[in-house]
Design a protein around this ligand. Structure first.
Ligand SMILES: NC(=O)c1ccc[n+]([C@@H]2O[C@H](COP(=O)([O-])OP(=O)(O)OC[C@H]3O[C@@H](n4cnc5c(N)ncnc54)[C@H](OP(=O)(O)O)[C@@H]3O)[C@@H](O)[C@H]2O)c1
Length: 336
């Protein structure tokens, strides 16, 4: 496993992290046994960073990871500290799973953390972060409350998610921030406007999600997938003519991938890895075959010529459709 540093003040971590969301939520039904096997395969391959959120499946994802950490198949070869657990909090949901706002108040931070520690069955979280900026709570208050939890030993490091440069600077003035979790891929390049430069200035790593644009640029997506409660049934990029346009881009990318003898997903992940040593892709694999494909990206070297060709076939702003539906876009401090 290759390693990268989680910001100037954070620990060394694996060059790829495993995002566990899809094992509990957002992408339709998942298979518990296969999810646990994927977590084990990731640990065995040296993937250290596991990303979750307390709202993924309303606690389900944390309990799954808790089960994994106490599973003899894990504990025979590994210890708790062989993995780094990154947890998002603050997204509010009702019992039907509807998204009903964000809560970044200090009391909410401490309450959410207490429940998370119980569900994961651990005594500390490696990186704790608000999922979104709560527009009603100064970021200094939210980060200050997490900093209290760092002092008390329940949290090791503080991260942020989908915030812009101004919020990053205000937060970093309160406590060191190790990483910003934000969407970044060949077709989601918003951080290149100013956020990436701000992170570099502040010594904050990027943990990139949506590197495969939620499967859209994985090379495996076909029209008709993703029905019902699946996030992609409502995502602008997966609808109608937008989808036709975006899948045409994937076919262009497939020609480049074929030339190099790699898969589309591998070239998309390798492109993000090539954007800087401070960028750590979070891979949303929930099956062992997908994980193995993603890990293969670590062996793909993209030359300057390769990068220029990729830029030509999938230029900046090439995608049709926003990365979230309107209400989701409105909650992104990073897009202001
Ligand atoms: N901070 C935030 O706001 C935020 C938002 C979203 C996600 N995240 C985090 O980031 C993680 C990854 O995000 P994402 O789900 O958007 O990731 P992604 O990697 O862009 O998309 C994952 C989807 O691509 C499919 N896929 C196809 N080939 C794949 C391959 N070789 N490797 C991995 N996946 C492949 C997956 O598998 P299937 O074919 O099995 O469906 C899944 O449906 C999440 O698990 C979560 O932890 C954070």
């Amino acid at each position: 496993m290759l390693h990268r540093s989680l910001g100037a003040t954070g620990p060394t971590t694996s060059a790829l992290g495993l995002g566990c969301m899809g094992m509990s939520d957002m992408y339709g039904p998942s298979d518990r046994a296969e999810s646990l096997a994927t977590l084990r395969a990731a640990a065995d391959a040296g993937v250290v960073l596991l990303d979750t959120g307390d709202f993924y499946g309303m606690g389900h994802n944390e309990m799954l990871i808790g089960d994994f950490l106490s599973d003899p198949a894990f504990t025979h070869g590994h210890k708790r500290d062989d993995v780094q657990i990154s947890v998002k909090f603050g997204a509010q949901r009702d019992p039907a799973g509807n998204w009903i706002g964000f809560d970044g108040r200090p009391s909410a931070v401490k309450t959410a953390l207490s429940y998370t520690l119980r569900r994961l069955r651990v005594d500390h979280i490696d990186v704790y972060r608000p999922a979104r900026l709560d527009p009603n709570v100064p970021i200094e208050d939210t980060v200050g409350a997490i900093a209290d939890m760092v002092k008390a030993g329940y949290v090791r490091h503080i991260g942020l998610s989908e915030v812009g440069s101004g919020t990053l600077r205000r937060a970093a003035a309160v406590h060191p921030i190790v990483d910003l979790q934000i969407e970044y891929s060949l077709i989601s390049r918003g951080i290149e406007r100013d956020i990436l430069a701000t992170c570099r200035d502040l010594g904050i790593a990027i943990t990139a999600y949506g590197v495969l644009s939620r499967g859209l640029i994985s090379g495996h997506w076909t029209r008709g997938q993703g029905q019902g409660a699946d996030f992609r049934a409502h995502s602008p990029r997966f609808q109608g003519q937008n989808l036709d346009h975006n899948l045409a881009l994937v076919e262009e990318l497939r020609r480049v991938a074929d030339e190099k003898g790699v898969s589309v997903a591998q070239i998309a992940i390798a492109w993000v890895l090539a954007q800087g040593p401070d960028i750590i892709p979070l891979i949303g694999a929930r099956r062992r075959d997908r994980l193995a494909e993603a890990l293969g990206a670590l062996d793909v070297t993209l030359s300057p010529d390769d990068l220029a060709i990729i830029e030509r076939v999938v230029p900046k702003n090439a995608a049709a459709g926003d990365r979230y539906a309107a209400h989701g876009m409105a909650s992104l401090d990073s897009e202001r």
